[in-house]
Design a protein around this ligand. Structure first.
Ligand SMILES: [Zn+2]
Length: 178
């Protein structure tokens, strides 16, 4: 007989859990998903999407779910990604490090002053635990990607300036004789 081991608000979350359970060799089933696909706002009222396993695999499945909740599989995944693999935080030696490629603040500033968001490549690594950030030795983007971005945004800026110049020649009273 199948037993419900956990419930999720959306069917997508439930299927992610089911996939992990099956990858660990535990056959899992999703129940009560279809009325929540149809109207997900009713999910809480209907008790959520149930993830079920056969009774004999219940303890094993609960153990896998607790490993998911403790971020064990996330760490495994991040170790597989080459870029985060080799780095540990120099301050707290934490191995959960994220890659910051360009600054949102600078993009917003350029959006405000130039009306286009220009990304600024900074290649920094950031510790997820103590928020310490430091310079990465290896670039996250190849030179060709950078060259493309620079020429794309440069071209866009030129087109905007040209459009503004011609518009102004036709419409601005002061610039009529330029
Ligand atoms: Zn740290």
């Amino acid at each position: 007989m199948n037993e419900t081991i956990t419930t999720k608000t959306t069917a997508i979350e439930a299927h992610i859990i089911r996939g992990r359970l099956e990858a660990e060799g535990i056959p899992a089933f999703i129940a009560f998903e279809h009325h929540i696909w149809a109207n997900w706002t009713l999910s809480n009222a209907l008790g959520g999407v149930r993830i079920q396993v056969v009774s004999s695999k219940k303890d094993e499945a609960i153990n896998v779910i607790s490993r998911i909740e403790h971020g064990e599989f996330q760490k495994e995944l991040e170790r597989e990604i080459e870029y985060t693999e080799k780095h540990n935080c120099p301050v707290c030696n934490n191995d959960m490090v994220t890659n910051v490629n360009w600054s949102w603040k600078l993009a917003f500033l350029s959006l405000f002053f130039l009306t286009i968001p220009i990304p600024y490549f900074q290649n920094q690594l950031k510790c997820t635990k103590c928020n310490h950030s430091w310079k990465a030795h290896k670039s996250a983007y190849s030179v060709s990607v950078k060259a493309f971005m620079v020429s794309f945004f440069g071209g866009l800026l030129l087109i905007l300036l040209a459009a503004w110049y011609f518009w102004c020649r036709l419409n601005c009273p002061i610039a009529r004789f330029i």
